[in-house]
Design a protein around this ligand. Structure first.
Ligand code: ADP
Ligand code: MG
Ligand code: ZN
Length: 482
C-alpha cells in the first residue's frame, strides 16, 4: 500500500536552468538581471529579419559540464530546432531549442528521501534560449522586456521516477546543488534562473502503464513544490474515485488556496511544428573536448559531504550545513587549510560564523575571513583566550579586517594564566572569606568550587581554569596540615 491508498503517483520534472554565461546564447548581449527593460538587446535577440545567430561557446561548455555532472552520455551531434509559437515575449515567433537530437541523454541523480537512497533517471539535457518577459503595470501600461530573450538555458528532463511531492522537492534540491557546485547555474529561484514544471499522474498500484498527466507550470519555490504536487495528486485521486477521468492539462498552483487551477487543456494545445534551425549548423562535440571538461569537473556536493564525513569525522548534519552551498564549502576548505582540526573548526563555523552569513545565488557574504577564524581557534589552542572569549573575540573581529591577536592585545582579553598573578588574587579571595577557608581546611573540600567561582568573577572569566585549580589546592592545603 502506498501513502495514497491503492494509487501510485508518478512524477517527472522538467527544470529550466539559466547558464551562467556573460552573454546570451546566440548574440553578444549581456545576460545581466534587473536592468531597465530592453537595455540588452540587438537585432539577433530582437528577432529582426536577416540577423543571424552565433552559438556561444561558453554556453556549450556549461551545458556539457552539467550533463557530465549528471552522468549523461553526451551526443556527438546535436541539432538546434525552431519551436514555433506566438507570444509577445517571443519576437522571432519561435524559440531556438533542441528537439529530436538533444545534447545529452540518460543520466542519473541520486537523492535520499527519509533516509532511503533513490536513483532518479535523467531522460535528457538539451540547450535552448529563454524568452523575454511581459511586465504588467508599468504605469498604466504593459511592457515587453526582451533583456532575458536569448539567455542560454538547459532543460533537464527527468524520467517519471518520482513518487511523491517530497521526493520531487528533494530531487530539485539535489539538482540545484549539482548545478551550483559546478558553476553552471546560480540556483536563484526568485529571479527565475532555476524553474521547474512538474508532470503528475496517478495509476493503480501494480499498473505499469503511465496514467494521463497534468503539467504543473512554474513552481518557483521549494516551499510549495511538494505541496503543489501533493495537492494535484489528491485532486486526481478524487476525480478517479468519483468515476471521472483525468484530462491532460496544464495547470498552475495557488499556494494561498492550496489548489491547482486550469491554465489550458493540453488536448487543444497547438502543434509547435518543430523543424531544424537553418541558421545554425549541428553542434558537433569532439571527444577530446568533452573529456577536457570531464577532467576539470569539480567534486560534486554529495561526494564532498561523504568524503568530509569519512576523512574529517564530521556528522551528517555538519556536512549538510557546511557542504550545502558552494561558497560555504569553499570557506570551510580554505579555513581548514589554515587550521587543521576540522571538528573544532566545523563547530565554530556552524555556531558562530554561519549565523551572520547570507547567501545570494552563488555568492555568500562572510563577516570574517578564513584566516581570522583560524587565528581565533589557534589563540584558544595556545591557551591565550578561553572558549568563551573566542565568541567575544569573534564578535569583535566580525565585519572588520582586524587580526584577532591584535584585538586580544588591545582589549586585554588574554587568559590570565600567570600563576603568581592568580595566586595574589586567590590570597585576596581567601582573606575576604575566612569562614569558607576554615571550613575547607576542616574537610569541606567541595568548597573549592566556591573559590574558583570567586576568582572567575574577579577576572571576568579570563583566568585559566587549570591554573586556578592548582593554585587554590596548594594555598588552601597549606594551613590544613593535609
Ligand atoms: P513534453 O515534452 O511534451 O513535456 P515529455 O515526454 O518530454 O513531454 O515528458 C516531459 C516530462 O514528463 C518528463 O519529465 C517525463 O518524465 C514526464 N512524464 C511523461 N509522462 C508522464 C506521466 N504519465 N506521468 C508523470 N510524468 C510523466
Ligand atoms: Mg514539457
Ligand atoms: Zn542580443
Amino acid at each position: 500500500m502506498s501513502a495514497y491508498g491503492e494509487y501510485e503517483p508518478v512524477i517527472g520534472l522538467e527544470v529550466h536552468a539559466q547558464l551562467l554565461t556573460r552573454t546570451k546564447a546566440f548574440c553578444g548581449c549581456a545576460t545581466s538581471f534587473g536592468d531597465p527593460p530592453n537595455t540588452h538587446t540587438c537585432p539577433v535577440c530582437l528577432g529582426l529579419p536577416g540577423a543571424l545567430p552565433v552559438l556561444n561557446a561558453e554556453a556549450v561548455a556549461l551545458a556539457v559540464r552539467a550533463s557530465l555532472a549528471l552522468g549523461c552520455s553526451l551526443q556527438t551531434r546535436s541539432v538546434f530546432a525552431r519551436k514555433n509559437y506566438f507570444y509577445p515575449d517571443l519576437p522571432k515567433g519561435y524559440q531556438i531549442s533542441q528537439y529530436d537530437l538533444p545534447l545529452a541523454l540518460s543520466g542519473v541523480l541520486d537523492v535520499e528521501v527519509e533516509g532511503t537512497p533513490r536513483r532518479v533517471g535523467i531522460h535528457r539535457v538539451h540547450m535552448e534560449e529563454d524568452a523575454g518577459k511581459n511586465l504588467h503595470g508599468v504605469g498604466d501600461e504593459s511592457v515587453v522586456d526582451l533583456n532575458r530573450a536569448g539567455t542560454p538555458l538547459i532543460e533537464i528532463v527527468s524520467e517519471p521516477d518520482l513518487r511523491a511531492g517530497a521526493e520531487a522537492a528533494e530531487y530539485l534540491r539535489r539538482l540545484r546543488e549539482v548545478l551550483m557546485f559546478t558553476g553552471v547555474n546560480d540556483g536563484n529561484l526568485e529571479q527565475g534562473s532555476f524553474r521547474c514544471d512538474a508532470n503528475v499522474s496517478i495509476r493503480k498500484v501494480g499498473e505499469t502503464r503511465l496514467g494521463t498527466r497534468v503539467e504543473l507550470k512554474n513552481i518557483n519555490s521549494f516551499k510549495f513544490v511538494a505541496d503543489a504536487i501533493d495537492v494535484e495528486i489528491r485532486r486526481q485521486i478524487n476525480l478517479v474515485e468519483r468515476g471521472e477521468r483525468v484530462r491532460q492539462q496544464t495547470r498552475g498552483y495557488s499556494a494561498e488556496k492550496r489548489e491547482s487551477y486550469l491554465l489550458r487543456d493540453k488536448e487543444s494545445e497547438s502543434d509547435y511544428r518543430y523543424f531544424p534551425e537553418p541558421d545554425l549548423p549541428p553542434l558537433v562535440l569532439a571527444e577530446a573536448y568533452v573529456e577536457s571538461i570531464r577532467s576539470a569537473l569539480p567534486e560534486l556536493p554529495v561526494a564532498k559531504r561523504a568524503r568530509w564525513a569519512l576523512e574529517l569525522g564530521l556528522t551528517a548534519y555538519a556536512t549538510g550545513v557546511l557542504g550545502g552551498h558552494p561558497a560555504i564549502a569553499r570557506f570551510f576548505d580554505e579555513a581548514r587549510a589554515l587550521y587543521p582540526d576540522a571538528v573544532k573548526l566545523a563547530n565554530f563555523v556552524q555556531s558562530e560564523v554561519l549565523r551572520d552569513v547570507t547567501t545570494t545565488g552563488l555568492s555568500a557574504s562572510f563577516p570574517v575571513t578564513p584566516a581570522q577564524v583560524a587565528e581565533i581557534l589557534r589563540l584558544v589552542d595556545a591557551g591565550t583566550i578561553s572558549g568563551k572569549q573566542a565568541k567575544e573575540l569573534y564578535a569583535a573581529v566580525a565585519g572588520t579586517d582586524h587580526a584577532p591577536a591584535d584585538v586580544v592585545r588591545e582589549r586585554g582579553m588574554a587568559v590570565l594564566g600567570d600563576a603568581s598573578a592568580i595566586e595574589s588574587i586567590a590570597r585576596g579571595v581567601m582573606e575576604a572569606n575566612p569562614k569558607q577557608v576554615a571550613a575547607y581546611r576542616a574537610g569541606k573540600t567541595a568548597l573549592l568550587g566556591f573559590f574558583v567561582g570567586q576568582i572567575m568573577k574577579q577576572t571576568k572569566g579570563s583566568a585559566d581554569p587549570a591554573t586556578v585549580n592548582a593554585v587554590l589546592v596548594r594555598l588552601l592545603g597549606e594551613g590544613s596540615g593535609a
